[in-house]
Design a protein around this ligand. Structure first.
Ligand code: ATP
Ligand code: MG
Length: 583
């Protein structure tokens, strides 16, 4: 297989340098030095809430805007760091008054309203653990996660409570309280009114000693490859959030930052809450779901300077014929970052053409807690590559031998498991209640990510696919991403999902599910054309042999194409866990 076809076909792009000399910084980088950025608690220890909010509220930045909230129906609320300190203190006092103790898990099931963001910080202040659920989950997935995570309390709205919780709440054994965001009166001793509790709470709260290793967040993974796992993070993770905020997001105190992810997914907490506030920048939160015009307008009206989004959103913007820089004033925007799935080179180039800047891909997982590999902004961006490991991150391509030992693959272009040397502060500390699964992730002193990749001569990492998704066809190993990206270069294709279908002769046959751009007709001729196009781009061995048009591809609610579901449906097999499937 020709691996570097993207590199050969598309010339490198340069971005405005942010003047960070990464190579120099990498040499002198020490995680412990990052700790100097933080104030620490007056009573000792390290707590995310203090470093993200209180520290700024106690400084000259007190009256600076911390949160700009944009409501579904064009309401807007603005919170300074001083106000956030008070509001989060009240919330923490509510938890304390209810006797919710250190380490106990508080779940949230809420739209992106200010209360959710206030609760997140308030929960950390009271040394409880936040477990954010995506508000569009149904009762089954909610129950499964709340039971598995030993939920002690839940923050939600009246509507979501009636629709999804009331019928299942008795099946959650440890659940003591339900706090309703929009209910003026208590319904019972268990179902309480948050406004009533807040009214009675003091706006001063002293955070008690917090160990950097104390549990802070429990996050469930996206469920792309199977049953979601409960990933445990600790307060010390903020070292990574601060570091990546500086090197990857290039946050400066006058920035306006917008991360489009919901806190139900790790990007929405690490970068939708923690990283921007650690840097004291203004954080935009939009309550509404994706809408191209609305998004462009937010970028324009809120003067967003740094934007963190996902390939699925970029591909949706690409589907629409528009000239955003002509229709909107996006002159303040200076940096776009993307995560969650591979960023197809086509999408990056669309950014250059339409938004007048490249989109920077970066790679990480719920388990890594923060960005690990990125197209660093003062370095050459290679379309199709995830970029290079950040300072303090030791990433390599390895092969796990049959006896469990690990060999590093140093040859450029050779595929293997993407692995990280443990030691970065935001590394997950456990899969909750699943030690065996956790231990299985570590081999030969490395964390094995479950993703396959290769490294080129310049040290850039290239995503090949999930270990589970790799297709073995006629003796070749094919990563679905490469095939999907090649198809996306065809002007008719909006999105593609590729699977291996069992075949008696060649092992697996490459099959592509393709969704077309608006207005393109799905014809047999186009199918043939796409098969030919694939052959030309990829060679006959790797190109898809079958193509099926689909209006939409099945995706997780965090926007990832669920190839395992395409495959299960194709083969008529059981669908497995579909709790995170976008309906
Ligand atoms: P599950 O572990 O439950 O199957 P998931 O792996 O999708 O779900 P997340 O932790 O949200 O859950 O996603 C991390 C994964 O997303 C990575 O392991 C990788 O496969 C994919 N990913 C994230 N960023 C990128 C990227 N820039 N390029 C390619 N793949 C990426
Ligand atoms: Mg995963």
């Amino acid at each position: 297989m020709e691996k570097n076809w993207i590199e050969k076909n598309i010339s490198d792009l340069k971005v405005t340098p942010n003047l960070i000399d990464y190579e120099k910084e990498k040499k002198s980088f020490e995680w412990e030095k990052i700790g100097e950025q933080f104030e620490g608690l007056p009573c000792g220890g390290l707590n995310i809430a203090h470093e993200a909010i209180d520290r700024h509220a106690n400084s000259k930045a007190a009256n600076k805007t911390a949160l700009v909230w944009l409501g579904q129906d064009s309401q807007k609320q603005v919170f300074t760091f001083a106000k956030m300190k008070k509001e989060t203190a009240k919330f923490a006092n509510v938890l304390r008054s209810l006797g919710l103790a250190k380490g106990e898990r508080i779940f949230t099931l809420s739209p992106r309203v200010p209360e959710l963001y206030i609760a997140a910080i308030g929960i950390l202040k009271n040394r409880n653990v936040i477990c954010p659920l995506f508000s569009q989950f149904g009762p089954g997935p909610i129950l499964q996660r709340m039971r598995g995570g030993d939920a002690k309390a839940l923050l939600t709205t009246k509507k979501l409570f009636e629709k999804k919780i009331r019928s299942v709440m008795e099946q959650i054994p440890d659940l003591q309280y339900i706090l309703l965001i929009d209910e003026p009166y208590d319904q019972s001793e268990k179902i309480l009114s948050l406004p009533r509790l807040l009214k009675e709470a003091s706006d001063a709260f002293e955070i008690e000693p917090t160990d950097p290793e104390d549990m802070s967040i429990l996050h469930f993974t996206s469920g792309t490859t199977g049953m979601p796992k409960g990933v445990v993070h600790v307060h010390k993770a903020l070292y990574t959030h601060w570091m990546t905020g500086k090197y990857v997001l290039d946050l400066h105190s006058d920035d306006v930052f917008w991360c489009t992810a919901d806190p139900g997914w790790v990007t929405g907490t690490s970068y939708g809450i923690i990283a921007p506030w650690l840097h004291g920048v203004t954080n935009i939160v939009d309550e509404a779901e994706f809408n191209a015009k609305r998004w462009y307008r937010i970028l324009q009206d809120e003067n967003v300077t740094v934007w963190y989004t996902a390939p699925t959103a970029i591909r949706r913007l690409m589907r629409i014929e528009s000239e955003p820089t002509r229709e909107y004033d996006l002159s303040k925007l200076r940096l776009i970052q993307s995560v969650g799935e591979p960023l197809n080179p086509e999408a990056l180039l669309w950014g250059v053409e339409k938004l007048k800047m490249p989109i920077h891909d970066n790679w990480w997982q719920t388990e890594t807690g923060g960005i690990m590999i990125s197209n660093l902004i003062s370095q050459t961006v290679k379309p199709g590559s995830m970029g290079r490991p950040l300072p303090g991150i030791d990433a390599s391509i390895i092969k796990v031998e049959d006896d469990g030992s690990v060999t590093e693959i140093t040859e450029p272009g050779a595929e293997g498991d993407l692995a990280l040397k443990p030691g970065w502060p935001s590394m997950f500390r456990a899969y909750l209640h699943n030690e065996e699964k956790y231990n299985k992730c570590f081999k030969g002193g490395r964390y094995i990510s479950g993703d396959l990749a290769y490294k080129d001569e310049d040290g850039y990492f290239w995503f090949v696919g999930r270990a589970d998704d790799i297709i073995k066809t006629s003796g070749h190993m094919v990563g679905p991403f490469e095939v999907e990206s090649a198809l996306m270069e065809h002007p008719a294709v909006a999105e593609a999902g590729v699977i291996g279908k069992p075949d008696p002769i060649i092992g697996q046959l490459v099959k592509a599910f393709v969704s077309l751009k608006a207005g393109v007709e799905a014809t047999e001729d186009l199918k043939r054309e796409l098969i030919g196009f694939g052959r030309k781009k990829l060679g006959a061995a790797v190109a898809p042999k079958e193509i099926e048009f689909k209006e939409n591809l099945p995706k997780t609610r965090s926007g990832k194409i669920m190839r395992r579901l395409l495959k299960a449906r194709e083969l008529g097999l059981a669908e497995g866990d579909t709790s995170t499937l976008e309906q």
